[in-house]
Design a binder for this molecule. Structure first.
Ligand code: UT7
Length: 336
């Protein structure tokens, strides 16, 4: 039985910066409200007039950097796991598009549909394939193009101001030393709350024909819906639980955490978790201020930046944790 470790990380965000003040020109909101409630100052939104970026293209760009840093080529990758809630197409998923964009051999590509927890779920899938010995190098990607599908009017402000576009990627590789790499992953779901953070249509529950036939100017089923306060309350509980679960399984204490990289849902959620675990500012990495919530891309973008800033060092205990639509939540405990 092998272990897996992250051998290379990369991220890519679109050039177009959208500040909170920019949003006030689209809807009734304010920089003060957004910063106070979420911590977000700006986010990146693909500008379709100047950029050809899509979810898959951003994912491929992030993956290229991760592969270069891992010292592997496209021919070394055995499998792709691609996490997104905003694929370029309804089907097929983004993984196969990355296989093509990076001109890879005809390796397998799997899409993961677990929204904000998507990257940790994807990492866990890659980890299992490496642990069993089936694959040696797995490319794990989280990428989102939210901006194309948000309600950019006052009606959608409770959701729209939060989300940003971007991608992050990791090359997972075989590790012979069982005390190094991904020590454990912890995955959970509670589907009874599916409707609390969801995009209903178009889907088999809300076919395009039905949406068009209704011709309802108030139709919102094709925009994301979020019961913000309910999600917030569940998030703080589940984040804490799933981090603790990972620590307990590895016989670690709070004091062993060198760096927590939480899914960037809301700065207030990260601060709540930081306080609960008694962590210092240096022990929690946040970049939601600059990117907003990029769902499946948020952890790999944050982890990449933390690594680039020298905050992820050999021998460190790194904790990843996420919560989001589904509901789903997850954590990963990594010995770097
Ligand atoms: O990543 C997936 C998981 N997602 C999350 O974890 C998100 C969790 N939830 C949250 O982060 C917060 O609930 C939000 C940031 C989404 C909202 O913050 P809140 O403090 O829960 O605000 P609220 O939804 O209770 O709204 C408070 C008020 C309302 O006005 P009234 O009814 O009090 O008059 C909203 O209409 O703020 C209003 N509001 C806004 N005002 C200005 C909602 N959105 C905006 C806006 N600008 N963008």
């Amino acid at each position: 039985m092998y272990n897996s470790r992250i051998a290379g990380l990369g991220h890519y965000v679109p050039e177009n910066v959208v500040t909170n003040d920019d949003l006030t020109r689209l809807m009734d909101t304010s920089d003060e409200w957004i910063q106070e409630r979420t911590g977000i100052r700006e986010r990146r939104w693909i500008d379709p007039k100047t950029s050809e970026d899509t979810t898959s293209i951003m994912g491929a760009k992030a993956a290229k950097i991760a592969m270069e840093r891992a010292g592997v080529t496209k021919d070394d990758i055995d499998f792709i796991v691609f996490a997104t809630l905003s694929p370029d197409m309804y089907f097929p998923g983004g993984g196969v598009r990355v296989q093509d964009l990076l001109d890879m051999p005809t390796i397998g590509a799997l899409d993961v549909r677990n929204q904000c927890s998507g990257f940790i779920y994807a990492l866990s899938v890659g980890d299992q394939f490496i642990k069993t010995g089936m694959y040696k190098n797995v490319l794990v990607i989280g990428s989102e193009n939210h901006s194309g599908g948000l309600d950019k009017t006052t009606r959608g402000r409770g959701v729209t101001v939060i989300f940003g576009d971007g991608a992050g990627a990791a090359v997972l590789t075989r590790e012979e030393d069982p005390t190094k790499g991904i020590l454990s992953t912890h995955l959970h779901s509670e589907g009874k709350h599916a409707a609390e953070l969801a995009l209903e249509g178009p889907s088999t529950g809300r076919w395009v024909d039905a949406i068009i036939a209704d011709d309802d100017p108030n139709e919102t089923s094709y925009y994301p819906y979020m019961n913000g306060q309910f999600v917030f309350k569940n998030a703080v509980v589940r984040f804490s639980e799933v981090i603790m679960e990972g620590l307990v399984q590895n016989e670690l204490g709070k004091e062993d955490i060198n760096l927590l990289v939480p899914h960037q849902a809301n700065l207030r959620i990260s601060q709540f978790v930081q306080k609960k675990f008694g962590l210092s500012d240096d022990q929690v990495y946040n970049n939601i201020m600059r990117y907003g919530n990029t769902t499946a891309a948020s952890i790999p973008i944050a982890l990449t930046e933390a690594w680039e800033e020298g905050k992820v060092k050999e021998g460190d205990t790194i904790v990843l944790a996420a919560f989001g639509s589904g509901f789903t939540w997850a954590s990963a405990i990594i010995k770097w």
